[in-house]
Design a protein around this ligand. Structure first.
Ligand code: SF4
Ligand code: SF4
Length: 405
């Protein structure tokens, strides 16, 4: 059974052959940021808008959120949406939810609208960590032991910091304060369970997302506390404070795909990202290219598979579907309103685009590592054909995920 994490040494082999770019500029990362770029406000995020904006807020949206609190037997009659599926999905969110709800009275949602804050005071004296190269080596070693599946480091970039946070209490904006001297960003990747993703769309597949967030919270808090204990600042962040995708790409964790997600060499799309803002001096990683852009130009599996038609099969552009898209960045963009409306309709998150992406496969297996090399070569059409012949992206039955009685 492939749960996404597998053998770390075998996974590392998928990355070993990928050339690392020395170019960490926007061009090197594949970013195309225009002069008309505007920083994003988290108030315009589709999840914030789903709470107050009549364009997207509805009774269905309220019911969608309530399913995360009441795993009742009759949300939907369909397989994969039974009480047992919801009961497990909601349990996987539990750790992330504990932190999110801890300071709700103070208008905070830690990890989603505000940084994780359940941390002790750190040391008053700074530990000498050696060179930035040595410090990064120690940090990555500790991160792996703490449960991080991927770790990269890059420079802080003000463009990706939200102009403002979303306040649940007012339904409007609140300040997004971040100290100015945090020059480095550590990006953490947590693999999601691919056997659960294989059942998407279902309430059961939402358990992969929930575990991703809960793992992320634990790893980010552990690492942030480690850095604070060394005498440096560390602010752990999940969906709050800044966009994660540009940092994940710049820190060399993966490439951007047509479905608006990062594709990593180790887990494909089946991964979640968190980040830590810090003043610990660390050497930076560099972006990687392993043929994703070229593959997305000939593949439309996510666009075809998306139940809400939220992923256009079109060339990158600066066009916006609605206010939840970035201004002034030429890229593939999805229609978050259509996506969220579909989630509200089925009473769970979806992840079909993660399931059908040919890069979502078990890279602890030699044949899949060979597939990735083929996908990075001029023979990528053959790689795509092989993926479909092998039944890549097919939906698995939720009743097959639970053990037979
Ligand atoms: S999560 Fe589902 S609805 Fe949303 S973009 Fe992906 S496939 Fe489409
Ligand atoms: S499904 Fe195909 S087009 Fe979509 S992100 Fe994956 S490789 Fe790119």
């Amino acid at each position: 059974m492939h749960t996404g994490r597998g053998d770390a040494a075998k996974r590392a082999r998928t990355r070993a052959l990928i050339p690392v770019s020395a170019d960490s500029s926007d061009a090197g990362c594949g970013f195309c940021v225009g002069d008309d770029f505007e920083r994003f406000s988290q108030v315009d995020d589709v999840f914030s808008r789903s709470r107050f904006d009549p364009e997207i807020h509805s009774d269905k949206a309220d019911r969608f959120y309530s399913t995360y609190r009441r795993p009742l037997a009759d949300w939907r009659a369909a397989k994969g949406f039974q009480q047992n599926d919801y009961a497990f999905r909601n349990a996987t969110w539990h750790v992330a939810d504990v932190f999110a709800e801890m300071y709700e009275d103070d208008d905070r949602r830690d990890g989603f609208l505000d940084p994780l804050s359940m941390l002790r005071e750190g040391a008053t004296e700074r530990h000498e960590m050696g060179t930035p190269e040595r410090a990064a080596q120690l940090l990555k070693h500790a991160a792996a032991a703490a449960g991080a599946d991927l770790v990269g480091v890059t420079a802080y970039d003000h463009r990706w910091t939200y102009t403002e946070r979303f306040s649940v209490q007012t339904g409007g904006a609140k300040p997004n304060d971040l100290p100015e001297d945090l020059d480095n960003v550590i990006v953490i990747g947590q693999a999601m369970d691919s056997t659960l993703i294989d059942t998407a769309p279902s309430a059961l597949s939402g358990a992969a997302t929930g575990m991703g967030y809960s793992h992320d919270a634990v790893v980010l808090l552990t690492l942030a506390q480690y850095i604070r204990n060394l005498g440096y600042q560390a602010i752990p962040s999940m969906n709050d404070t800044a966009l994660a995708i540009p940092y994940a790409i710049k820190a060399g964790l993966g490439e951007y795909g047509k479905h608006g997600l990062v594709i990593t060499p180790e887990f494909g799309t089946s991964v979640r990202f968190g980040k830590i803002f810090t003043d610990l001096p660390l050497v930076h990683d560099h972006p990687i290219r392993f043929g994703v852009k070229e593959m997305c130009e000939i593949c439309n599996a996510c666009s075809k598979g998306c139940p809400s038609k939220a992923i256009p099969d079109a060339a990158p552009s600066t066009d916006r579907h609605n206010k939840s898209n970035l201004v002034g960045v030429k890229k593939w963009s999805i229609d978050g309103e259509k996506c969220f409306n579909y989630w509200s309709k089925i009473n769970s998150d979806c992840s079909v685009c993660v399931r059908v992406c040919p890069y979502t496969r078990d890279y602890t297996r030699r044949r899949n590592r060979a597939w990735q090399r083929l996908a990075a070569s001029p023979l990528r059409r053959l790689a795509l054909w092989i993926d479909r012949r092998q039944g890549g992206g097919e939906r698995h039955q939720t009743e097959d995920w639970w053990p037979a009685g």
